[in-house]
Write a protein that binds this ligand. Structure first.
Ligand code: GLU
Length: 316
């Protein structure tokens, strides 16, 4: 081999190697992730992700922001106010298609990173109200979620099909305020689409007796037939203090998405580091310990980002 050819080959190899590996350093020192209310599961997961990132990148901060939930998170992403967000897959679908609450406001600049865990639509009432079914919520004061949450839209869809949406006294407050008001006896119940069990509801149930109201099987069937993102679900016994029986319910999936402020290279590195440590992630919530390489790609309603796709393909 002559010298010139040797050098050309050497440069070609070097280029292939460096392009193939990508840079190991993130382009920014600070990233933001939109989560939900502090009494939810999104917020502590945001903090866990921040902790995991610190293991490999001690100088990089991931800030978890408290928000109203999925709808607000998607708007913040679109406007470049946050780099990533935890959102419900049903709501992300509506955003990408420009449907329902996103009619005429289609969001085209978001991509999926990973599917995390199922979230169950939980209907909680004070036990002393005697409410045992969704129809018995008629005339009662029920917190249906902040208007920019995913919970609010699940409450609206489910209670509309149950025939009581217009008949309840709707309170537009999120998890933290709803739990406080339920404890103080100011409201009869609340709805929260959240991971199971929700630690704040466990604490609440230690202070005031609660009932988990079932979504009856017929209604589950109707919901599954009418909306593509609901799946039949159950709340197993003893998820919450005093809850001895299994409760019929529906679930959707929580996903991690990113917006225009996150480059493909950063998305690749973040996906690799955040999901390459299943033990740390699993400890933050029991539901996360069930994640697998395949589950990370399941039920993603929007296009998976290039960086995330690359990271998932390389995972062992
Ligand atoms: N799924 C909820 C929402 O977007 C937030 C749930 C949580 O923080 O646990 O409205």
């Amino acid at each position: 081999m002559n010298g010139k050819l040797g050098l050309t080959l050497f440069i070609a190899l070097l280029l292939t190697f460096s392009l193939g590996c990508g840079s190991e350093s993130l382009s920014k020192n600070e990233y933001t992730i939109a989560t939900g209310s502090k009494s939810g599961v999104y917020y502590p997961i945001g903090e866990t992700l921040a902790g995991i990132l610190k293991i490999d990148y001690p100088n990089v901060q991931l800030k978890a922001l408290e928000t109203a939930g999925s709808v607000e998170n998607l708007q913040m992403l679109k406007e470049g106010k946050v780099d990533m967000a935890l959102v419900q897959n049903d709501i992300a679908f509506y955003a990408a298609e420009g449907e329902a609450m996103f009619a005429d406001q289609k969001i085209t600049n978001i991509t999926g990173i990973a599917t995390l865990f199922p979230e169950v639509v939980q209907f909680i009432v004070r036990k002393e109200t005697g409410i045992g079914s969704l129809t018995q919520m008629e005339g009662r004061k029920i917190a249906v979620g902040s208007k920019n949450s995913g919970t609010y839209y699940n409450a609206q869809q489910i209670l509309t099909l149950a025939g009581v949406w217009e008949k309840i006294d709707q309170q537009f407050i999120g998890g933290t305020d709803a739990m406080k008001e339920l404890q103080e006896g100011k409201i009869d119940g609340f709805i929260f689409t959240s991971g199971l069990p929700n630690p704040s509801i466990i604490e609440l149930a230690k202070k005031v007796e609660i009932t988990l109201v079932p979504v009856e099987h017929d209604l589950v069937q109707k919901l599954v037939n009418s909306y593509s993102f609901y799946f039949p679900s159950t709340i197993a016994p003893n998820q919450y203090p005093g809850q001895i029986a299994e409760v019929s319910a529906v679930e959707i999936n929580a996903i991690l998405v990113s917006g225009p402020s996150l480059s493909d290279d950063d998305q690749y590195l973040l996906t690799r580091h955040l999901f390459g440590k299943p033990n740390e992630l699993g400890q933050s919530h029991p539901r996360l310990s069930k994640m697998t390489r395949n589950s990370l790609r399941r039920q993603m309603p929007i296009q998976t980002g290039k960086g995330a796709y690359k990271a998932h393909s390389e995972a062992p």
